[in-house]
Design a protein around this ligand. Structure first.
Ligand SMILES: [Zn+2]
Ligand SMILES: [Zn+2]
Length: 346
């Protein structure tokens, strides 16, 4: 179809291909109708999309899409194919990233105070609107982020959720936290270990019991110590970042942190936290969560990623193999981050 956008009349396909969730146990390859971008939107030709644990929460019913079928995926890397009339922050053909936060109301008390991540009307890519498990994606240009050129399309994808949410979690640990425990050493854990070490902190990596691959990756990246999450910390920690969605790790991490230490729960969903004696929390230990991200997190983290540069341990899958990627992620069988190559239609 020819789209009569104000500035870029351009031919775009009438349909696109995607791996979509329709309430079943597996994603299904579907042909979807193409909707032209609205005034603030970009139409992207998707090149890659990261696979995130939150996508599993959609299958598990922890996150409920309002409309089915829905195309998951919120670590979207693509090039601009068409732009709405007001979406001129990016050029045609430019590579951009779209993350979990799709849009907010832009004028509530949360949006007005630098906490748009908490906006009651926030919408999320891959949940409220089709995401990046697809050949094309329509995204809000005001919430897209420029990507550092030093990363290729595969390596940059995990930065868009694992990196961004991880970055917000690391900031929440406090700038003066020297010894950081990282619980769950997957996509976010291995990126934040590097960020913390680059900031001069010491990293202690706690993995699934017996996950030798993740432990050796942690040591290769410069961790001071790596071991099973059931082991006590070898030294008292200033802060703990929980990337594993395991509620039992909360009292464990509280036991590992010093008085005044902070336990940051970074996941969007977590199994129940077992009860624990008050003395674990006493002495001004803090438990807090991280919800979503802001655009300031996105630009701040991408600037850091351009400087560091991160080793992104990735495992690529064809878009058609999205179910296999999700299955391996669920089993904890992906070291680093799983990334879909969306250049070939499923
Ligand atoms: Zn995510
Ligand atoms: Zn708002």
């Amino acid at each position: 179809m020819i789209v009569p956008l104000d500035t870029d009349p351009i031919e775009i396909p009438d349909t696109f291909r995607a791996m979509a969730f329709d309430g079943d146990a597996l994603l299904r390859p579907l042909t979807m109708p193409m909707v032209p971008p609205g005034p603030d939107e970009l139409l992207l030709r998707v090149s890659t999309c990261g696979v995130c644990r939150s996508d599993l929460h959609i299958f598990d019913g922890d996150l409920s899409p309002p409309v089915l079928p829905i195309v998951p995926g919120h670590e979207i890397v693509g090039t601009v194919l068409a732009r709405g009339a007001r979406a001129h922050a990016f050029r045609l053909g430019e590579r951009v990233g779209a993350a979990w936060l799709r849009s907010t109301c832009l004028h509530c008390r949360w949006c007005d105070s630098g906490r748009e991540n908490l906006c009651r009307d926030a919408r999320f890519n891959g949940l409220h609107a089709h995401g990046g498990y697809a050949t094309h994606a329509r995204v809000d240009a005001r919430f897209c982020v420029a990507l550092p050129e030093s990363y290729d399309d595969v390596r940059v994808a995990p930065l868009l959720c694992a990196g961004l949410i991880g970055f917000r979690a690391l900031r929440a640990a406090g700038d003066d936290a020297r010894r950081i425990g990282i619980y769950g050493f997957g996509a976010a854990g291995h990126l934040m270990a590097q960020a913390a070490i680059a900031e001069g902190r010491e990293v202690f990596a706690f993995t699934r019991p017996g996950d030798i691959d993740a432990q050796s990756l942690a040591m290769r990246l410069g961790a001071r110590w790596a071991g099973d999450s059931t082991q006590p910390a070898p030294q008292p920690l200033d802060a703990a970042l929980l990337f594993a969605p395991v509620g039992a790790l909360v009292p464990k991490a509280l036991a590992d942190v010093m008085p005044g230490g902070t336990v940051v729960c970074a996941g969007i969903h977590m199994s129940d936290i077992p009860s624990f004696p008050y003395r674990r929390l006493w002495e001004e230990r803090v438990i807090r969560s991280i919800a979503n991200l802001t655009r300031a997190d996105a630009s701040g983290f991408m600037a850091q990623a351009a400087r560091i540069p991160f080793v992104c341990e990735t495992r690529p899958f064809a878009l058609a193999d999205a179910n296999r990627a999700l299955g391996l992620l669920r089993e904890g069988a992906v070291t680093g981050a799983a990334v879909l190559d969306c250049s070939l239609a499923p």
